[in-house]
Design a protein around this ligand. Structure first.
Ligand SMILES: [Zn+2]
Length: 506
């Protein structure tokens, strides 16, 4: 007879307040919506937070796993009230019918925004509490790019933020959350959390944890975790495209007594504030980036990353500036992808492999960031668009890009995909017969996560400043709800914007 019944759930979205694409229930249903035992099939054996929950709980003889609801959609515009309430209702329905629980593990993101709801994660936790009562322990996992509120801490002190970017420790934090929850369930341990919110809105461009300022903060967090009574430290860079009053960076410390939590959080917050300038970088324009790539002599491919249109940062995946430059370059050994555009994929399917077809590529979701590009393309390959990640990020997770076409325009190989998906794993290309490692220059719709799998394959990575909804230049957004003042919106100047304009006027 099991003595502890532990619920598991997942509700995940990173919402961009300035994206024109609202996130509806269809996106969750298409991309990942599982109820009850469906969750095992979707997440068992994956290196995700839920994969971590399951592995820890399965090892415990005295635990019965109660799978509830998992809903996740790719980052996009704010979630519609309807979509949020459908998922919340399902979550509460599952909890009500699950019978009494001894604990709940829930993987959250922390940067979801819902129409008329600025802090949906806190709202969800409050609804869950009203359903399961105030005494059942809850532990969450959160993205490093979470915008955390004090309100969230009132429902549980146990929150585990990712410590890596690219996020290759989702599984590990799932394991940590599950272990902490079991300790609380079995030993009635009491934890205290202290949150320090900083008045700074940081672009994630320089938040990698292999080097740079975020590495410094994560190293300090790990050091602090060695101190007596400190249980867990999370450093949150925040998600700067959420236009909400709780947007911004923060430090969260969980400890065995409130004084330690407060002292350590205060110290780390002041260290975070002191290195804020290091998070701001000025990028080359697309033209400058390509020129640099041509000058570099490397045996391995050079990647140009179109970070402002990275789908995982809510980019539409269909902006065309980098594509246009690469078409103009017309150089053998060049590859661009994945460009989100279902219409030309359908045209390629009609035309068939080996045939030529006139296509209008990209520029449809947000034409203000670049018009569609008209091309005459040869269809090289077609696929249903399903593959499994092989790299460290979301390893073994099944990805479905809703159809793909490999086309060639002049010398440029282009991958078209039926859903905006970041080029985070080489299988995106390999599944349709393209080997990125054999190319000279690759243009990717990606930001930092792709480094986990691509760094071993490539000679250099150049981030370029093309227009897009996920631009690192936060001064381009018309914020209405973020705290004011907030660093660095009042003072920073980006030279790349000036250089882009100068080039365009010629
Ligand atoms: Zn993140």
């Amino acid at each position: 007879m099991s003595s502890h019944r532990i619920g598991i759930a997942f509700f995940y979205h990173e919402s961009h307040s300035f994206s024109p694409l609202k996130t509806e229930i269809e996106q969750f249903v298409q991309e990942g919506y599982f109820v009850g035992t469906e969750i095992y099939k979707a997440y068992s054996g994956t290196k995700t937070e839920v994969g971590g929950f399951l592995d820890v709980l399965k090892q415990e003889k005295q635990v019965e796993i109660v799978p509830l609801v998992c809903a996740a959609a790719v980052p996009s515009g704010i979630v519609s009230s309807e979509a949020y309430h459908i998922i919340e209702k399902q979550m509460l329905h599952s909890l009500t019918h699950a019978g009494p629980l001894d604990g709940l593990l829930i993987a959250l993101h922390g940067a979801m925004v819902v129409e008329h709801l600025f802090d949906p994660e806190a709202h969800l936790l409050s609804q869950i509490r009203s359903c399961i009562g105030s005494n059942v322990p809850i532990a969450t996992t959160l993205d490093m790019h979470a915008n955390i509120s004090e309100d969230m801490l009132t429902y549980t002190p146990l929150h585990f933020g990712f410590k890596t970017y690219p996020h290759v420790d989702m599984y590990e934090q799932g394991v940590n959350a599950a272990r902490a929850l079991l300790t609380q369930v079995k030993e009635s341990a009491i934890y205290y959390a202290s949150l320090k919110k900083l008045p700074m809105l940081l672009p994630s461009i320089n938040m990698r944890t292999a080097e740079g300022p975020m590495k410094k903060m994560i190293d300090l967090a790990k050091q602090a975790e060695q101190e007596a009574d400190v249980y867990n430290v999370s450093i949150f860079g925040g998600f700067p495209y959420s236009d909400i009053p709780i947007a911004g960076a923060s430090v969260l410390v969980t400890a065995l007594n409130p004084e330690t939590a407060e002292k350590v959080a205060k110290k780390l917050a002041s260290q975070f504030w002191s290195i804020k300038e290091e998070f701001i970088v000025d990028l080359p324009t697309v033209e400058e980036g390509l020129q640099t790539a041509l000058k570099l002599s490397s045996e391995q491919p050079i990647v140009l990353a179109d970070i402002a249109d990275n789908p995982l940062s809510c980019g539409s995946g269909d902006t065309t500036e980098l594509l246009e430059y690469m078409l103009k370059l017309n150089m053998p050994g060049t590859l661009f992808g994945g460009l989100y555009d279902p219409e030309p994929i359908e045209q390629c399917v009609q035309a068939g492999v080996g045939n030529y077809v006139s296509l209008s590529l990209g520029g449809k979701v947000s034409p203000e960031f670049g018009k569609p590009v008209e091309v005459e393309a040869k269809v090289i390959g077609l696929s249903e668009g399903e593959f499994y990640n092989s790299g460290p990020f979301n390893q073994h997770l099944k990805v479905n890009v809703k159809g793909a076409a490999h086309i060639r325009v002049g010398e440029l190989d282009i991958l078209l995909i039926g859903r905006p998906v970041s080029a985070n794993d080489p299988e995106l290309f390999r599944h349709i017969g393209i080997e990125p490692a054999t190319k000279k220059i690759i243009g990717l719709k990606a930001k930092n996560h792709f480094r986990a799998a691509f760094e071993p394959l490539v000679g250099a990575i150049i981030y370029v400043d093309a227009p897009g909804v996920a631009s690192n230049r936060l001064t381009t957004f018309n914020y209405q709800h973020i705290p004011n003042p907030i660093w660095p919106l009042q003072g920073v100047k980006y030279e790349s914007e000036k250089r882009r304009k100068e080039k365009w006027m010629h």
